[in-house]
Design a protein around this ligand. Structure first.
Ligand code: ZN
Ligand code: ZN
Ligand code: ZN
Length: 367
């Protein structure tokens, strides 16, 4: 991690030089974790990594969080400057960064409250988003990052397999969601990212919030969940049926399964992200359900649950080895049911590797 983090900051500074960026100010979030290996709390107290082309990087932290940063080894990667409870951290920041001219990049998730104060602190700067610098770096995962994604995917797969044997009739979405979260943690995830459970008509809402609805035989059950390993997430969706499916559900599940398969097969270096989306969309549109596939085919995944590359029409970025993203077509019929199937796929030298292999067929749960 230490060597990797130093190398990452070095590459970020190279990109800053090329882009004519004098300073980057990175608040808590994935960019900070990526660059400095610091998993920070996002609080009203300022935490900020300052990266400048011609000075050593400095992490500004509240005094009471210095031990947290040190315990994560951050002091071996960057200098740490702590500010006291009654100090103004912006004064401390100005002492470190000076009065930068030109472009200052701030992390995309930096709170507006901090950005407004930064604008006063650096009056001569022009502010832009740091994702212009960090996005391209984070897009291609290295071996260690892929190993974390793979382990997170393996744990999610185990939960998906186990779900296929659960009796759900009479249970609520909320209780099954909790069950999934507990299994992810028991399996080795450090954190549950989300656990969507949607039964019957609720499954027609792609981001349904698990409710107190109880399951009944014949329900389609969409389970979409993930947890993190070393900060890197998993994200898997499987659609089950309680007992026997009706003909429409069985047919639509098979359409979505083929769409997902076609899209995964389309993944290889040089192919555009939009072509992967088109591969899934063609199968669903040909079957007459194009209007019911209401979202993009996928999103990148890493230290964030959703990041680049987005697998969507109009994104012509060519796929490159090391990119990791979801392939998750779905069909949603309001008032009736929904079906989605999702795997994480990593681009290899000659294709794509699925990180999820739990059964893609429509698994029948005991009624
Ligand atoms: Zn989603
Ligand atoms: Zn998902
Ligand atoms: Zn997803």
């Amino acid at each position: 991690m230490d060597g990797a983090a130093i190398d990452r900051i070095g590459r970020a500074r190279d990109a800053m030089r090329r882009a004519g960026v004098s300073t980057m100010c990175i608040g808590p979030g994935a960019d900070l974790r990526y660059l400095a290996g610091y998993h920070a709390l996002s609080l009203e107290r300022l935490t900020l990594l300052v990266v400048q082309a011609d000075r050593d990087p400095v992490l500004v932290v509240p005094e009471l969080e210095r031990p947290r940063a040190l315990s994560q080894g951050v002091g071996e990667r960057v200098d740490i400057v702590a500010w006291g409870e009654t100090e103004d951290p912006l004064d401390v920041l100005r002492g470190i960064a000076g009065d930068p001219l030109g472009t200052v990049c701030v992390s995309d998730r930096l709170w507006a409250a901090f950005l407004l104060r930064l604008e006063h602190t650096f009056p001569r700067a022009r502010f832009e988003l740091a994702s212009a610098i960090t996005g391209p770096l984070r897009l291609r995962k290295d071996e260690r990052e892929i190993a974390s994604l793979r382990e997170a995917g393996r744990i999610a797969d185990e939960v998906a397999w186990a779900l296929g044997e659960e009796r759900m009739t009479g249970r609520t979405e909320r209780s099954v969601s909790r069950w999934i979260g507990d299994r992810l943690l028991a399996g080795g995830c450090e954190r549950v990212s989300f656990a969507i459970v949607a039964g019957g008509p609720d499954a027609a809402s792609p981001h349904h919030e698990a409710s107190d609805r109880t399951f009944a035989p014949g329900d389609a059950v969409v389970c979409d969940f993930g947890g993190t390993v070393d900060g890197y997430g998993s994200d898997i969706t499987r659609t089950f049926v309680i007992g026997e499916p009706d003909d429409d559900l069985a047919a639509i599940h098979e359409i979505v399964r083929r769409a997902q398969e076609q899209a995964v097969h389309a993944v290889k270096p040089g192919v555009s992200a939009s072509a992967v989306d088109a591969a899934a969309r063609a199968v669903i549109a040909d079957a007459g359900y194009g209007d019911a596939f209401v979202h993009r085919t996928g999103h990148g995944i890493g230290l964030e649950e959703h990041e680049g590359p987005y697998i969507v029409a109009g994104n012509d970025v060519p796929l490159d080895p090391g990119m990791a993203f979801s392939v998750e077509p779905g069909v949603y019929l309001a008032g009736r049911f929904g079906v989605r199937i999702e795997d994480i796929v990593v681009v290899t030298d000659d294709g794509g590797e699925r990180l999820n292999v739990a059964p893609h067929e429509l698994v029948r749960l005991p009624a």
